[in-house]
Design a protein around this ligand. Structure first.
Ligand code: AVI
Length: 338
C-alpha cells in the first residue's frame, strides 16, 4: 500500500480508495454463539444494516437523545480553540467515518487542513461518505480506507502527499462510540489509536458523561419507540438472514441505568416462554429472561482521563457542554501505554 492506485477522477474526487480487507464478520456464528450464552447477548455491531442505519439516524433526531445535538453544539463552540490547537495543515483521520455533519464542522473550524482520511469497515459506506465530502471540499486531499479501526494502521504508509504527511495528525473519534465498548476493549481501542500518533499529534474524542438516571433512561428509550425499533430490527434481520422464527412481538425493549458500572444497559425481555429456531438451531427463552443488546458507558472527566492515561494518552484540554454534560477531549501521546 504505497502508491495511490486510482486517480481522483476514477474515484469520484477521492485522492485514493484503499481496501485493507478487514477480517470478514461471521454473522451466523456470532449470533448463534450469543444466543447460546447463559446471558443471551447479540453483538451490537450487527445493528447497522440499511434499516438499522436509518433507524440510528432517526434516534439522533429524537428529543430525548441529547448526545448528537449536544456534541455538535459543543464542537461549534470550541471551533476556534480547536483551530488554535491543531495549527495549520493538519491531517485529519476519522475511524468509523459516520456523521458527515461533525466532520464538516471540524474541517470548517481548522486552519487549512492538508488532508482527510475516512475509515470504515464497510468499503461502500466509507467510499460514498468520502466522495460526498470530496464534492464539498474540492481542494482538500481526501482518501477513503476500508479498514477495521480496532486494528493497527501504518499512517505513514497511506498514499498521501508529502504535505499531508508533514501535518499534525488529528484522529477524530466523536459520538461517544468509545462508550459502547466494554472498558477493557475501550482501553485496547485507545491504545490502538494511540499507536497512530507521533509526538505532537492528537486524538480528539467525544465521551458522554454521567447524568441523572431519568435523562439517561429516556435517551435510550425514547417516547416514539425509535430505539426499541432499532433493537427489534436486529431480530428482524436474524429472522430474515438466518432463517429464524423469533416472535419479535413477544420481546419488549428495556433500557436501564446501571450506576455500579456507570452505563446504560439495553435489553430485550421475553414477555412469555419462547421456543424458536435460528440458523437451524433450536433455542428457548423463559418468560422475563433477557437478551443483552448493548451498553453505553458514561464517564466523568476523571474516569475518562484515567482510562486515556492507561492507554498512554495525556489530556491537554477537555471541554464540557453547558447543556446535558457531554465531554470532548484533546489527548496527546504521553510515554507508553500500560
Ligand atoms: C453509537 N453510540 C454512541 C450510541 C450510544 O449513544 O451509545 C448507540 C445507541 N444505541 C441506542 N441509542 C444510541
Amino acid at each position: 500500500m504505497t502508491e495511490p492506485r486510482k486517480t481522483p477522477s476514477q474515484t469520484g474526487g477521492l485522492s485514493f480508495f484503499e481496501d485493507m480487507h478487514p477480517p470478514a464478520a461471521d454473522f451466523r456464528a456470532d449470533i448463534l454463539a450469543g444466543l447460546s450464552k447463559p446471558q443471551k447477548a447479540l453483538p451490537p455491531k450487527y445493528y447497522y444494516d440499511e434499516e438499522g442505519s436509518r433507524l440510528f439516524d432517526a434516534i439522533t433526531e429524537q428529543p430525548e437523545y441529547y448526545v448528537t445535538g449536544t456534541e455538535l453544539e459543543l464542537m461549534r463552540t470550541i471551533g476556534p480553540e480547536l483551530r488554535e490547537l491543531a495549527g495549520e495543515g493538519a491531517l485529519v483521520l476519522e475511524p468509523g467515518a459516520g456523521s458527515s455533519v461533525k466532520i464538516r464542522t471540524l474541517l470548517d473550524a481548522l486552519d487549512s487542513p492538508s488532508a482527510y482520511v475516512g475509515m470504515d469497515i464497510s468499503g461502500d459506506h466509507v467510499r460514498s461518505a468520502c466522495e460526498a465530502l470530496a464534492a464539498d471540499y474540492p481542494s482538500l486531499e481526501i482518501g477513503a480506507l476500508c479498514h477495521d479501526f480496532t486494528q493497527s494502521l501504518d499512517v505513514a504508509a497511506l498514499p498521501l502527499s508529502a504535505k499531508a504527511h508533514a501535518g499534525r495528525r488529528l484522529v477524530f473519534f466523536p459520538g461517544s462510540t468509545i462508550g459502547n465498548f466494554e472498558l477493557i476493549d475501550a482501553l485496547a481501542l485507545l491504545k490502538t489509536l494511540r499507536g497512530w500518533l507521533r509526538e505532537g499529534d492528537a486524538l480528539l474524542i467525544g465521551a458522554d458523561m454521567r447524568k441523572a438516571s431519568e435523562a439517561l433512561e429516556a435517551a435510550y428509550d425514547d417516547e416514539a419507540g425509535v430505539t426499541a425499533a432499532f433493537n427489534l430490527n436486529l431480530i428482524a434481520r436474524i429472522n430474515r438472514e438466518l432463517d429464524g422464527d423469533i416472535d419479535a412481538d413477544a420481546l419488549q425493549y428495556k433500557a436501564f441505568w446501571n450506576p455500579y458500572r456507570s452505563r446504560v444497559e439495553m435489553y430485550l425481555v421475553a414477555r412469555r416462554d419462547m421456543h424458536f429456531t435460528v440458523g437451524g438451531e433450536r433455542f428457548v427463552i423463559r418468560k422475563d429472561e433477557t437478551i443483552h443488546m448493548e451498553n453505553s458507558h458514561k464517564f466523568t472527566l476523571e474516569t475518562f482521563q484515567d482510562l486515556a492515561a492507561k492507554a498512554g494518552l495525556r489530556s491537554r484540554k477537555a471541554w464540557v457542554s453547558a447543556r446535558e454534560p457531554f465531554s470532548i477531549h484533546w489527548l496527546e501521546p504521553a510515554g507508553e501505554a500500560c
